[in-house]
Design a protein around this ligand. Structure first.
Ligand code: HEC
Length: 253
């Protein structure tokens, strides 16, 4: 009786284990033979170590495939020194899988690219990671009236921000100067949306922005602007010389 119970438990345990494995190895991965298996063997376990996502390695026709012919969908990940470009692609439902997405994201990420570049065969680097995707530049259309923007900035923003570089008044402590903010890559977005973020949210109303204000909650002199005014401020800020905040810190000089 006891024996039988133990047997039953063992069977249950083993099948649970098998099922566990099955979900852990849900997707299979194959690669073309022109792609050195040593490289795949080097890169994939490092991804698995990082993410705990494992792929079942198969000879061919995997759910995920590393291929050298540009696939219909898929992402370029590296170039072999022998000349071929290698892409990662998925077939069937695997395309939608979060494991596949995580793999692609990792391959083109800084750590993934570093792993690819690290690999050596007979002391030689054989794979060059694909260049990081350039973020498409935001197309800026400056349509505002610069002079009106300057006036608005002096009237309203100077309460807290240093708006003019020559101005002795330095603004309040935690409000960055306009010149400093002008040096941010995303200054344009920040100046187009500042009225929606704290602390402005509490005191600046922009007609036509769709953001309603409960005037009773505004305790200091409220600032009323129109959407056109925002464009004018953007045009004014565009004209400012960005403050040089120095190069980003280099951790790896
Ligand atoms: C009551 C003081 C005050 C006024 C008035 C004010 N600001 Fe600010 N602003 C701040 C502070 C404080 C911050 C920093 C917020 C932070 O770091 O979280 C800030 C941040 C900003 C930012 C950066 C927002 C971001 O996304 O990081 C922009 C852009 C900005 N202000 C523009 C303006 C403009 C334009 C005006 C005038 C129309 C203005 N501010 C009026 C206090 C003010």
């Amino acid at each position: 009786m006891i024996r039988k119970t133990i047997k039953l438990i063992t069977v249950a345990w083993i099948s649970a284990l098998a099922m566990g494995f099955q979900s852990a190895f849900a997707l299979s991965l194959s690669h073309e033979t022109v792609i050195p298996s040593e490289l795949v063997q080097y890169v994939v376990p490092r991804f698995s170590l990082k993410t705990r996502i494992r792929f079942d390695r198969v000879e061919s026709a995997g759910d995920i495939q590393l291929v050298t012919d540009r696939p219909e969908t898929g992402v370029e990940i590296l170039q072999l020194v022998s000349g071929e470009t290698v892409y990662v692609t998925a077939v069937g439902e695997a395309v939608e899988s979060s494991d596949y997405q995580a793999f692609v994201d990792w391959l083109v990420s800084e750590p993934g690219r570093a792993t690819i570049a690290d690999f050596e065969l007979d002391g030689q680097q054989i794979a060059i990671p694909a260049t990081a995707q350039e973020v498409a530049p935001i197309e800026m259309v400056i349509v505002g009236n610069l002079e009106n923007g300057r006036e608005l900035s002096h009237d309203h923003c100077r309460r807290c921000h240093k708006v003019d570089r020559a101005d002795k008044y330095a603004g309040i402590d935690n409000a960055p100067s306009f010149h400093a903010m002008r040096s941010f890559d995303d200054w344009y977005i920040r100046f187009s949306t500042f009225y929606a973020v704290s602390p402005h949210k509490a005191l600046i109303s922009v007609e036509g922005s769709g953001i309603e204000k409960d005037r009773a909650l505004i305790t200091i002199a409220p600032i009323d602007l129109k959407m056109d005014d925002i464009n004018d401020i953007v045009a004014f800020v565009h004209s400012l010389t960005p403050l040089d905040l120095g190069k980003p810190i280099q951790f790896n000089p």
